[in-house]
Design a binder for this molecule. Structure first.
Ligand code: TYM
Length: 336
């Protein structure tokens, strides 16, 4: 009898990263981390704590070290399974810095000057507009392109950087043939840009000076509910998704992601109810959703040996793949 071996279907590759600066917010979770988790079964996922990106802004060494471990524990607490996916710390895989250098020679000054995040960050850090801040998107391109990535799960704020990565990869391929896969973004339709609770015209960010503006993934349930109760809305009293109702739109999109209900269903659910009641319900469901993550995070941080084992193995897996791409690039460039 003839034995037909089943061909394994090659899974598509996912890459994404998060900076270890401060505790990630509900924005990071909704825009990216929750998708990192849900993509693990269908795809070959590679996730990184990008500590090399973090030093574009001055960091305290002890804090960065601690926050890197905390961020690593947090992605595991959010459901990243280090057996199923590759979860590692960026500085452990040297190919990132090496490819970034090569790619920087294929990136134009003008392209980098147009990056809105560079403009924002240099305005905020006027006394330290360093070259790393400027070339940050090249390192991000290297992160993505090293793994021959198909899809990059990110929030809307990273879209411009991803487009640059695509442009640089296309340019390189144009000269040397098919070296890099051209990656696509995976940006959620709801929650790609979670806004500040204190000023819903601004993105929710962990660096917000007003702590009421952001929910940290590790905030206690009572803090979460309190911050939602204080969320800025509007003077109209209708829970309806509409232009100009930034605060309510933001709360509705958060509630939609947390419960799976669409906007029409949310409008029906809260018809005739006041803003106070709605805000409390959104707070309750976010608190309930994040509680198990906070608990798991605390447990993981108690087991440093396990975390070390996971990130060491993660780096070995990542390095194996990254090195293949880097060697291909070096060969094309003519490095002896
Ligand atoms: P970072 O660390 O600022 O954010 C991590 C992820 O969270 C998303 N995000 C949001 N999504 C929705 N609403 C918000 N308010 C919000 N704030 C943040 C971000 O879009 C991101 O997906 N440069 C990246 C890190 C990085 C990276 C990469 C990402 C480095 N190399 C390669 C993807 C691929 C950054 O600073 O993300």
């Amino acid at each position: 009898m003839e034995v037909v071996l089943e061909q394994p279907i090659k899974k598509k590759i996912i890459f994404s990263g998060i900076q270890p600066t401060g505790v990630p917010t509900l924005g990071n979770y909704i825009g990216a981390l929750r998708n990192w988790n849900s993509l693990q079964d269908e795809f070959n996922c590679v996730y990184s704590i990008v500590n090399m990106h973090a030093i574009t802004v001055r960091q305290n060494a002890a804090d960065l070290r601690r926050q890197t471990l905390e961020a690593y524990a947090l992605i595991l607490a959010c459901g990243i399974d280090p057996q199923k996916s590759t979860a590692f710390i960026q500085s452990h895989v040297r190919a990132h810095a090496e490819l970034a250098w090569a790619l920087s020679c294929f990136t134009q000054f003008g392209e980098l000057s147009r990056m809105t995040q560079f403009k924002d960050k240099s305005a905020k850090n006027a006394d330290n507009i360093n070259a790393g801040l400027f070339t940050y998107p090249v390192l991000m391109a290297a992160d993505i392109l090293l793994y021959q990535t198909d899809l990059v799960p990110i929030g809307a704020d990273q879209k411009q950087h991803l487009e640059l990565a695509r442009d640089v990869a296309t340019r390189f391929n144009g000269v040397y043939g098919n070296v890099f896969k051209i990656p696509e973004g995976y940006i959620p339709t709801t929650g790609a840009r979670v806004m500040s609770l204190a000023d819903p015209t601004k993105k929710m960010s962990k660096s917000d000076e007003n702590a009421n503006g952001f929910i940290s993934i590790l905030d206690k349930p009572e803090t979460i509910v309190k911050k939602f109760k204080r969320a800025v809305t509007d003077s109209d009293a209708e829970i309806r998704y509409a232009e100009g109702k930034d605060g309510i739109n933001n709360l509705m999109s958060i509630y939609s992601v947390m419960t799976g209900a669409d906007y029409a269903a949310i409008e029906r659910e809260f018809e005739g109810k006041g803003y106070g009641y709605f805000k409390e319900q959104v707070g309750n469901c976010v608190a309930e959703h994040l509680s198990p993550i906070r608990e798991k995070h605390a447990l993981l941080l108690n087991d440093k040996a396990y975390l070390e084992k996971c990130y060491t193995e993660g780096a070995q897996k990542a390095e194996h793949f990254a090195e293949r791409t880097l060697q291909k690039v070096y060969k094309k460039l003519g490095f002896l």
